[in-house]
Design a protein around this ligand. Structure first.
Ligand SMILES: [Zn+2]
Length: 412
């Protein structure tokens, strides 16, 4: 998707340099020991064998920065919120109350706090759901590569009302902005259960290839209500659409290339309908643990031909915004290899951005989105197979020493 904007979206920068390390992770399937990465104009210019590394270079690994496929940066002020008793709906209410209590300065501070934490822990690209319209300006001086997805919500699949028209205007305004270097604009109709058919259809009309992310099938109660109108969500949302979330998105013309967030409880037939259509489903392991959800059905998704990326979600439902931790949790809870967890934390998310096949890997010509890592375990210096290095990097969070985005050194 978005091939017309894929390369132009990165404005060349003047930063250039040569980085040497004991290993370079080009991508999940290509690890090169004792190598040097030369970058300039925001891109990787070459990867060459290196000799006579200094001890501090030799003990580090250069790797592509993580792509965090789902975050709400503006909930940076919501960390430490105790989980309310009673399950998911009381949590939604408490987050909404918390959000409404924040003034613009607090939102901006929260966005910056979230982005700083992501950069400091190796994330170079984030797909952020922006509920306030403040995120782009808040991050005007941040190095992070940002896909700012304007959150649009008009309450339920029922008849359109004033909120629908307001959301349509917000969508147009978000897409008309010129986001700037390392920035892209997109749309996030909040959830398959919280937006009207009229809003979905309007977003499909104005999308024009822009990234789209939608919350989908997060809870069994949501899926039950979507199909039959019964259960706890009926009190909250009123009449149900009587069809699955995937079917609603498909009918509206919004399914292709969309990023579907969570996907914990698909309805029968939805996975088959997704195959080859959506960009990826985003799994958020830390948020999944916070809500003590049933095991994520990764095997079924992959078997249906649906790719899965990883995200942090927000501080309102996670202990940290740290993709290293999400990768470790994904391995621990899903039984993944280091190779597969690494791919889900980099290339899988990158495919759903305007920088597909440019970030998420460190090949020649790719963006110079780089992290220098120091593994906690020195066993990798015996030059294991590349896959074993990825196993070590993802089993225990490595130290992140430095991060570059488009060749620009990020200030944590
Ligand atoms: Zn979310």
């Amino acid at each position: 998707m978005n091939s017309h904007r894929k390369l132009e979206a990165i404005t060349p920068t003047t930063a250039s340099g040569l980085l040497r390390a004991g290993a370079v992770v080009v991508d999940a399937g290509d690890v090169r020991f004792d190598s040097a990465v030369r970058y300039g104009g925001g891109r990787i210019l070459s990867i060459e064998p290196a000799s006579e590394l200094t001890p501090s270079e030799a003990e580090t690994v250069l790797a592509p920065g993580f792509v965090n496929a789902h975050a709400h940066l503006d909930l940076g002020a919501a960390s430490g919120m105790p989980a309310p008793a009673g399950g998911f709906l009381p949590w939604v209410s408490s987050v909404m109350r918390r959000r409404e209590s924040l003034d613009a300065a607090e939102v901006v501070a929260g966005v910056r706090r979230s982005a700083s934490r992501l950069l400091a822990t190796g994330t170079t690209t984030v797909l952020d759901i922006d509920a306030t319209g403040l995120a782009l300006e808040a991050l005007a001086h941040s190095a992070i590569r940002l896909i700012s997805l304007r959150e649009l919500i008009d309450g339920s699949p029922a008849e359109p009302d004033g909120r629908t028209r307001a959301a349509m205007a917000e969508a147009r305004e978000a897409l008309e902005r010129v986001p700037g270097e390392r920035r892209a604009a997109g749309l996030s109709p909040h959830g398959v259960h919280t937006v009207s058919d009229a809003l979905l259809a309007d977003l499909a009309r104005v999308r024009a290839g822009a990234p789209v992310a939608v919350h989908w099938a997060e809870t069994a109660e949501e899926t039950e209500w979507m199909l039959s109108g019964t259960g706890a969500f009926g009190q909250w949302l009123g009449p149900s659409p009587g069809v699955s979330g995937v079917e609603r998105l498909s009918r509206a013309g919004l399914l292709d290339g969309a990023l579907l967030i969570h996907g914990n409880c698909p309805a029968p037939g939805e996975l088959e309908q997704l195959s080859g259509r959506c960009g990826a489903v985003v799994h958020c392991p830390g948020s999944h643990l916070y809500f003590a959800r049933a095991p994520f059905r990764l095997g079924e998704l992959l078997a249906a031909g649906v790719d899965v990326a990883l995200g942090t979600d927000s501080w309102a439902s996670n202990a940290d915004l740290d993709m290293r931790r999400e990768v470790r949790l994904a391995r621990e809870t899903l039984g993944l290899s280091g190779h597969e967890a690494w791919r889900m934390a980099t290339e899988a998310g990158a495919r759903c951005t305007p920088w597909a096949h440019v970030t998420g890997r460190l090949g020649v010509g790719d963006a110079a989105d780089i992290q220098r890592l120091r593994p906690r375990n020195s066993a990798w210096r015996t030059r294991p197979e590349g896959g074993q290095l990825l196993d070590l990097l993802t089993a225990v969070e490595p130290e992140v020493q430095s991060v570059w985005v488009g060749g620009v050194l990020a200030e944590g």
